[in-house]
Write a protein of this length. Structure first.
Length: 408
């Protein structure tokens, strides 16, 4: 089976977690980029990656790197690739692209040239050509072209892997599934101990925690991937990989996952989403204010993702909520590692706790921080700062901004 470079894309901030996932699966890491990690393998390996990766978006199998100055050269180069080996002549093809070339004003023109080269080549070799259009649920080819340098990939994922398929009832401001998985991994949850998720919204963090804790491959939830629409799709191997993944998954968690929200509608949506993901019996849901969340035992990981508002009025209203979160953590959550995911540094300050670590992420293009607060149990003294006192102890309340960019 031919090996090639495989680029796995992801949002900025996530590559360190994606890289670790690849290392854990014994894949080499060829390079780490701002929004992706490169490895190598065969198309069969690409299937395995689609099945198991939690933080990657698209698994792109490199077909060819090339030099092209303009659209005619692009067409000629792409026409020279043996597409008839990969794309069924009676199939359906979608081209996605990332183009920055001085001769191209509209990247759709480059995609069109790419599509023409592929379908013309297939028509010449097979006497028939695939249909084409914008839907990404069948064969997908990705074109990258920056200045004179280009690369074409088979997108073996098709629809991005962030669309796990369990979020049938999304609410406002849900977190992308892949981002939620990265947040759970950053928090260090591995299924042992408790995972507490007040303000659970549509349940994404709790559901991803359950999938991680149970070692359940997220790809088991999906029935359609781009690689299934390529010639030579090894269906037997795919079924074997799925079966192996199913058998490896745990049946029970040693710790507890607790998810709560003040909105009954959110809790109902979370329960339904968890049921679709097949993890509802591993999560205890209830409707309550975050501060009444039942804590199982006196240690574990707590992750909260409160709204962070966009307009001034909204942000002002949320100040009291963030202050309340800080009070709750200090008074009720000693012994827990608490994590706050927010896109507002201003609101994060209202928590008045000094983060031990900070991870940078991006949620729908907004720069966000995951702040970790270590809440020691017992006698560790909390020193109240005087108005001008900025020299602070490890966990003393602080009214200073969260440190910049401390991601792993
Ligand atoms: C940004 S959303 C969480 C999104 C979630 N991470 C997801 O992926 O769907 C914030 C949630 O906090 C809830 N919330 C707001 N104030 C609350 C409070 N005082 N107590 C509990 N939940 C609250 C809202 O109902 C909303 O569902």
């Amino acid at each position: 089976m031919i090996k090639s470079r495989i680029l796995i894309t992801c949002p900025k901030g996530i590559p360190p977690f994606l890289k670790q996932e690849l290392i854990d699966k014994n894949f080499p890491v060829l390079s780490e980029r701002r929004a992706g990690v490169e490895t190598e393998g065969s198309l069969d390996d690409a299937m395995l990656l689609n099945l198991h990766l939690r933080t990657g978006h698209r698994v792109l199998f490199l077909l060819k790197e090339f030099a092209a100055r303009d659209a005619d050269e692009l067409y000629r180069t792409l026409f020279g690739i043996a597409w008839e080996r990969y794309i069924p002549e009676d199939g359906y093809l979608c081209i996605t692209s990332s183009v920055e070339n001085p001769t191209i004003k509209d990247s759709r023109f480059a995609s069109l040239k790419c599509k023409d080269a592929i379908v013309d080549r297939i028509k010449e070799k097979c006497g028939k050509r695939p249909d084409s259009g914008p839907e990404r649920n069948r064969s997908v080819v990705h074109l990258y072209w920056k200045d004179d340098h280009g690369a074409v990939y088979l997108d073996t994922s098709g629809e991005p892997l962030s669309r796990r398929g369990y979020r049938k009832i999304p609410l406002g401001a849900p977190m992308q599934e892949t981002l939620a998985a990265a947040v759970v991994l950053a928090a260090g949850w591995n299924g042992a101990g408790n995972f507490i998720n007040p303000m659970c919204g549509s349940g994404t963090l709790a559901i991803e925690a359950a999938l991680i804790g149970l070692d359940r491959a997220p790809g088991l939830l999906r029935s359609n991937f781009g690689f299934m629409h390529l010639k030579g799709f090894n269906e037997g191997l795919w079924n074997e990989l799925r079966e192996k993944a199913r058998q490896k998954a745990k049946k029970v968690l040693s710790g507890k996952i607790i998810a709560t929200d003040i909105s009954p509608h959110a809790v109902e949506a979370s329960q339904k989403n968890a049921a679709t993901a097949g993890v509802e019996r591993h999560i205890d849901f209830s409707v309550c204010n975050f501060s009444d969340t039942p804590l199982s035992g006196n240690s574990g990981i707590m992750v909260m993702n409160p709204e962070y508002g966009e307009r001034m009025g909204e942000i002002q209203k949320l100040e009291a909520t963030y202050k309340g979160i800080g009070d709750y953590l200090k008074q009720n959550c000693r012994g827990f590692s608490a994590f706050l995911f927010t896109g507002s540094p201003h609101l994060a300050k209202k928590v008045s706790l000094k983060p031990r670590r900070t991870f940078q992420f991006f949620n729908s293009g907004i720069e966000c921080r995951l702040l970790e607060y270590e809440l020691y149990e017992g006698t560790r003294k909390i020193k109240k700062p005087k108005p001008d006192d900025r020299s602070i102890g490890d966990h003393a309340p602080v009214d200073a901004p969260a440190p910049e960019d401390g991601h792993v």
